[in-house]
Design a protein around this ligand. Structure first.
Ligand code: FAD
Length: 464
């Protein structure tokens, strides 16, 4: 099957490349190959309450399918260069911010109008945090919420599917270089095009590694973030979340001089489990619709681990720790902060008798048997630091779910156009290792689409 452009992966990166390609040149023949299902067929059996724990479906409804890993996310769209990726290192700070704003406007156009944009600018909370050794990172945050995010995706699909060929349950196995461009082999099918945009996200990280090695593209990997998801009564953090929605706070620990940060804050949200390549970890989200609010707020506390030579497999380090928690708890482990401090495991009855009710059914256990001492001490120190700006954080009843691992994809060698050493082969979004968020991944898609159309135009002009 012959196309002008092949896009592998229908997450935010793939979706916004398709959108912008179409906008810049409506005559383009575009195919999107997606390993997962269309949006309406993405159903996690845990959400349907059919089962309690992850059973490792052949395609994970949370991670794969139209909308990518972001489809059931909280839809927190951060407009900032301070976190969420390092796209600015390739395309410049101004361009990166302007593209994030462009995508934000599209999200509003496709169903997100009326959602709130939060900002850290001029917040007096910044001073209070600094007085307590906590650093509040600058950002604007659009909170779409899981429900509105879904509507935006539905509308984008309705718009795109009129002009773009989508192939679902279509797992790209190989990418081969041909005389005129690239051939993607997916099952029995072959797709050919002069241009190929790879946007396979975090779930495609191992596949990306094999593709890079087959095509001789240089990669590097040296980071993984490990921690827990904290759940507490929403009132404890309400002064921060009401004003900022998500506060990204960084703390340098006194003991190990490590940076611990808050990540993915979900006011009145739920804690969820997540399956990446068969390993069950923890995550969280929340809804924009007040009828779906819970009484709890959750957020992750993560410790960044940077490794130097000769160790290269940082993700394997994170996976090993997650596997350990899966081995002991059969999935996610939950422990009360007080139990952790007293050196005792949590039990069903202790959790049941707490005032704080967990939003995820996890196995009560002992996180100190899973998380290495250094990271565990870092997390405990951070909880006491947070307790100064949000008293109640270090309560006995605060729940810690583990483990939360933030895997970083291999960094793929790409240039300022997000193009590999093979002309016409672009690697964008989270699978490039450059982005780790909805906003950066989406912006990278728009950027590449514009570059591709411009290059194609110049080539055609040269021919004639
Ligand atoms: C539960 C959860 C909550 C999150 N919440 C937020 C949030 O609030 N804000 C935020 O900024 N970020 C959030 N994130 C992260 C965000 O979703 C990702 O950064 C973003 O989706 C990356 O976009 P992407 O297009 O690069 O990749 P993805 O969204 O991962 O999409 C990649 C797609 O490629 C497909 N694919 C993979 N391999 C192949 C193959 N070989 N052939 C064909 N298709 C393939 C996958 O099925 C997938 O659909 C969250 C992630 C999760 C899991």
């Amino acid at each position: 099957m012959k196309y002008d452009v092949l896009i592998i992966g229908a997450g935010p990166g793939g979706i916004f490349s398709a959108y912008e390609l179409l906008k810049q040149d409506p005559a383009l023949k575009i195919a999107v190959l997606e390993a997962g299902n269309p949006l309406e067929k993405r159903h996690c059996p845990i959400d349907n309450k059919k089962i309690k724990r992850c059973i490792g479906c052949s395609t994970c409804a949370i991670m794969n399918g139209f909308g990518g890993a972001g489809a059931f996310s909280d839809g927190k769209y951060n407009i900032t260069n301070q976190f969420g990726g390092t796209l600015y290192e390739h395309i410049g700070r101004g361009e990166a911010l302007s593209l994030m704003r462009y995508v934000d406007a599209l999200n509003l156009q496709f169903g997100g109008e009326g959602t709130k944009l939060y900002s850290t600018a001029n917040s007096r909370l910044k001073k209070i945090c600094l007085q307590n050794d906590l650093h509040l990172l600058d950002a604007q945050v659009r909170h779409l919420g899981t429900d509105v995010n879904y509507i935006v995706l539905q509308n984008l699909y309705a718009h795109l599917s009129e002009h773009v060929d989508f192939y679902f349950r279509c797992y790209a196995k190989q990418i081969e270089k041909t005389k005129d461009g690239y051939r993607v082999i997916a099952g029995e099918e072959c797709f050919d095009a002069p241009y190929c945009i790879v946007s396979t996200g975090r779930s495609g990280s191992k596949w990306m590694e094999s593709i890079c090695s087959a095509l001789g593209i240089h990669t590097k990997s040296n980071r993984v973030d490990i921690g827990v998801r904290v759940e507490l009564p929403a009132e404890v953090f309400s002064h921060l979340t009401d004003e900022l929605y998500e506060s990204k706070l960084v703390y340098r620990t006194k003991k190990f001089q490590d940076n611990v940060r808050t990540f993915c804050m979900n006011p009145r949200g739920v804690v969820v489990s997540e399956n990446t390549n068969g390993i069950v970890t923890v995550n969280g989200h929340s809804y924009e619709d007040p009828s779906r609010y819970t009484e709890n707020t959750n957020f992750a506390l993560l410790v960044s681990n940077h490794f130097s030579e000769p160790f290269k497999d940082s993700n394997e380090y994170g996976e090993s720790i997650a596997r350990l928690s899966n081995m002991l708890g059969g999935g996610v482990i939950v422990q009360r902060f007080g139990d952790l401090i007293r050196g005792q495991r949590s039990t069903e009855s202790r959790i049941r008798s707490s005032f704080l009710k967990p939003t995820l059914s996890a196995t009560p256990g002992d996180l100190s048997l899973v998380i290495p001492k250094r990271q565990m001490d870092d997390i405990i120190e951070m909880i006491y630091a947070l307790d100064k700006v949000a008293p109640g954080t270090a309560s006995d009843e605060t729940l810690l779910y583990g483990v939360e691992v933030k895997f970083y994809n291999l960094e793929v060698e790409i240039d300022e156009n997000l193009e590999t050493k093979h002309k016409g082969l672009y690697v964008i979004g989270d699978c490039s290792g450059v982005t780790h968020s909805l906003s950066h991944a989406s912006a990278s898609g728009v950027y590449v689409a514009r570059h591709l159309v411009q290059t194609r135009k110049e080539k055609n002009e040269q021919k004639h």
